[in-house]
Write a protein that binds this ligand. Sequence first.
Ligand code: ADP
Length: 182
Amino acid sequence: MTIAIYPGSFDPVTNGHVDIASRAAALFDKLIICVYDTPQKRIMFSTTERVTLMKKAVAHLRNVTVVPYSGLTVDHARQMNAKVIVRGLRMSSDFEREFEMALMNKKLAPDIELVCLMTNLEYQFISSSLLKEAAKLGGDITSLVPKHVAVALTDKFRLDREQVKRQSSTVKKATRRKTNGL
Ligand code: ADP
C-alpha cells in the first residue's frame, strides 16, 4: 500500500489544490493532505479553519484524509508511513522552489520520494495569495475556489472591514477627546 502526503499552507484551498489532490488520490492508495501549522508567510485562516475548509473540499475523495502538522515535512511523512510527498507545479518559479526543497528533503530523508504534478491549464494562474488579494478588492473569485471557500472569504473580509471601521471610530473618538481637552 503506497501512502502519499500532500503538504501545504492551503490558505485557503483553491480549485488548483483540489485538482492536484484528486489526481494524486488516483495514483496512490491513500493520500493524506497535511495542512502546515506555521508557514513563514502571513496566514489569513487559522489552522483549524484551513483544515475544515480542506476537509469539505475533498469530502468526495474516498481515500483522502486531512490533518494539521508542524515541524519538518519529512518527519511528518515518516510518522504517517508515507513514502511519497506530492506537490503541484504551476510555473518556473514553483519549480525552483520545489527543486531546492526537494534536494534538502532528499538529504534529510533519502527514503522519501517527491512527486510533482503539473497544474491543469485552467488552474495555472490560481494562487491562494492572488485570490485573497482579488477577493479583498471585491473581485469575483467564485470560479476559482469551492463554493464554501468563497463564502468563508467573503465572511472574513466583511469581519475585517467591520474591525477596521471599529478601530477608526475608536481612534476618531480618542482624537476628539484629546482635542477637546486642549
Ligand atoms: P506552500 O506554502 O507549501 O507552497 P500552498 O498552499 O501555496 O502551500 O501550495 C501547496 C502546493 O500546491 C504547492 O506544491 C503549490 O505549488 C501547489 N499549488 C498551489 N496552487 C496550485 C495550482 N493552482 N495548481 C497546481 N498546484 C498548485
